[in-house]
Design a binder for this molecule. Structure first.
Ligand code: ADP
Ligand code: MG
Length: 252
């Protein structure tokens, strides 16, 4: 992002911000509700364009939304809820894009789906429907779906993986499972990732670098080690959950 602004009416949710991600980097995006975290993910997912300034993905300036792009960048979003299609089997859910593309043979699609399911430790579920699985297993299926490569993006593909609050509302053990899955999924996909999260363990397990967003700006940006120690007032307030500090209740 360079000099990038997103405006809703008179409100600048992102106000002339700059950010560079390195290949393979794992980033956590933090900040209070309403600060603009989902807006950043929406930009990266191609659902939204900047009001002004530049957004480049894999070096290419984004001038169209994803739906209007003929050669879209490889960006994959894992939703907070698994968002599986209930009338399709697990195999059909994970292989959906490949089946719809119609370019690969059925046996090859099946092979790819099975290897993605194995990567997230799911066995013997390919023929089941989402409703027959536990919530945790459904979540694993949604990660497997994010691992599927588009047939024309075989070699040198380095996807950008996006996770929007993947561990919100989970117990600590379930959190750890999902965090391991995020790290593994990002590794298996050989990509970079942006995780939006308030959960301390998720930030610490899943990211190398933390970006704090507030008031339309990236207020702080540093390594996970610095995040633990810095006395930056925004980060200190986030770490301690204090009511005192530069971040006050946002209500738009
Ligand atoms: P977060 O994910 O950090 O909670 P969002 O990115 O969802 O925050 O939203 C940031 C701000 O932008 C909020 O004040 C929200 O009301 C506003 N906003 C988001 N989408 C729209 C929209 N389509 N129209 C108007 N305002 C919006
Ligand atoms: Mg949000």
């Amino acid at each position: 992002m360079s000099d990038l602004t997103v405006r809703w009416g008179s409100l600048s949710v992102l106000d002339t911000v700059d950010l560079v991600m390195k290949p393979g980097e794992r980033l956590a995006l933090i900040g209070p509700s309403g600060a603009g975290k989902s807006t950043v993910l929406r930009l990266l997912a191609g659902l939204l364009l900047p009001s002004s300034g530049d957004l480049k993905l894999f070096g290419n300036k984004q001038t169209y939304k994803r739906i209007d792009q003929s050669d879209p960048p490889d960006v994959r979003l894992v939703f907070q809820n698994p968002a599986l299609l209930g009338s399709l089997t697990v195999e059909e859910n994970v292989g959906f894009l490949l089946m719809r593309g119609g370019r690969l043979k059925g046996t090859e699609i099946k092979e790819r789906v099975m290897s993605c399911l194995e990567a997230v430790d799911l066995y013997d579920v390919a023929d089941k429907f989402p409703g027959q699985l536990s919530g945790g297993m459904q979540k694993r299926v949604s990660f497997a779906r994010a691992l599927i490569n588009a047939p024309d993006k075989e070699r040198d593909s380095m996807p950008l993986m996006l996770y929007d609050e993947p561990t919100a509302g989970l117990d600590p053990v379930a959190c750890t499972r999902i965090e391991d899955l995020i790290v593994k999924t990002t590794q298996v996909a050989m990509g970079c990732s942006v995780v939006v999260s308030h959960v301390r363990s998720t930030i610490e397990h899943c990211a190398e670098r933390v970006v704090m967003i507030y008031g339309g700006k990236f207020q702080w940006n540093g390594s996970i080690e610095d995040f633990r120690q810095t006395n930056n007032p925004y980060v200190e307030q986030f770490r301690s959950g204090s009511l005192q500090g530069p971040m006050q209740h946002i209500e738009h």
